[in-house]
Design a binder for this molecule. Sequence first.
Ligand SMILES: [Zn+2]
Length: 79
Amino acid sequence: MISVSLISLIAYFLCVPLTIIMILWLYDDEKRSFKKVVPTQKTMCECDICLYHFTADKEDKFVRCPQCGNLMERKSAKH
Ligand SMILES: [Zn+2]
């Protein structure tokens, strides 16, 4: 019969779940780094009056703020 000491049994039951958790963690981390960047025709705008940030089409010369309704010339937000 094979004799297994209590210490090695405890070590085994501690190491196996920890190894599984580490593998899953690394796999999840790897999966997260491959996030796709979706190209869009929209750009960020900032309202001159209420400083609300919103997206607008790149082609539009004039945009209307959805927060306060202010019509303004489109310019990209610098921050
Ligand atoms: Zn506004």
